[in-house]
Design a protein. Structure first.
Length: 261
């Protein structure tokens, strides 16, 4: 029996954290070649001992034995495949791309705290106005969130210029909400967040770097997966993950507004 087949058949025997590791391996078996046990545990938001327990439950002494067996299986499978044309290769890569994003979206279920989302939505639903901030690539997500909020009747505006963000230190006041989109949790926003909060403005940070310094200067932190960290062979984009979080927030907002009617 192949390693992946063995993994699939034992899914029901795994704990929640072990299942998250198993799902990752099933979705990205080839990436294991480049990942150490520590890298897998960090990617799956699980401990090193969780990865080791999973390997042992499958009958391996540890991660190294599991990795050797998996890579051997993959190599044997690839050598048995018929030669494919460039068109066939493209057809195979499309579902791979989908599986990468699907894994990250599913991972959010375990990473996102529903209470934190409720806190963010409660602030937004009662806000006088919402200002969404994003620099460079994150600006796209800030604009999308403002657009989606506007469709629900929320007064929201997106800003992607730092000078204008700074000028709002003198404009925003109690009852306003600022939502920052930042992949890395840029320190650039720290002084802004401090000034906003001096005016009793609530600041929400949506980031892919949960341990960033900026997290200490906001009211609500929403940490989401960083897709580019899971694959050495496919440069994933962060925007789809941000957009999915936006839709989760919008869905919660819709439910909240219905309750207020």
């Amino acid at each position: 029996m192949s390693v992946l087949k063995l993994l699939e058949e034992n899914l029901s025997n795994f704990s929640r954290n072990e299942r998250r590791v198993a799902d990752f391996i099933l979705a990205h078996p080839k990436s294991i070649k480049e990942l150490s046990c520590e890298a897998v545990s960090a990617t799956c938001n699980a401990s090193r001992s969780t990865v080791l327990r999973l390997c042992q439950k499958l009958g391996y002494q540890g991660y190294s034995d599991f990795k050797v067996a998996l890579l051997s299986d993959l190599e044997n499978t690839e050598s048995a495949l018929p030669t494919t044309s460039p068109q066939d290769h493209l057809a195979q890569e499309i579902p791979h791309a989908i599986s990468y994003y699907f894994h990250e979206i599913m991972q959010m279920e375990s990473l996102l705290d529903s209470q934190i989302l409720d806190t963010a939505i409660d602030a937004i639903s009662h806000a006088n106005r919402v200002i969404t901030l994003g620099l460079l690539h994150s600006a796209v997500s800030a604009q999308q969130f403002a657009f989606r909020l506007n469709k629900f009747g929320v007064d929201a505006h997106a800003i992607s210029d730092y000078t204008i963000m700074a000028s709002y230190e003198r404009i925003l006041k109690s009852g306003d909400v600022v939502v920052i989109f930042s992949i890395s949790g840029r320190d650039t926003y720290i002084s802004l967040a401090e000034e906003y909060r001096k005016n009793r403005v609530k600041v929400i940070l949506i980031t892919m770097t949960s341990n960033c310094s900026l997290s200490n200067y906001v009211d609500t932190l929403i940490a989401i997966p960083y897709p580019a960290s899971i694959s050495g062979m496919y440069p994933m984009d962060e925007a789809p993950i941000f957009f999915m979080v936006i839709e989760m927030l919008i869905e919660s907002l819709h439910q909240k507004l219905q309750q207020l009617v």
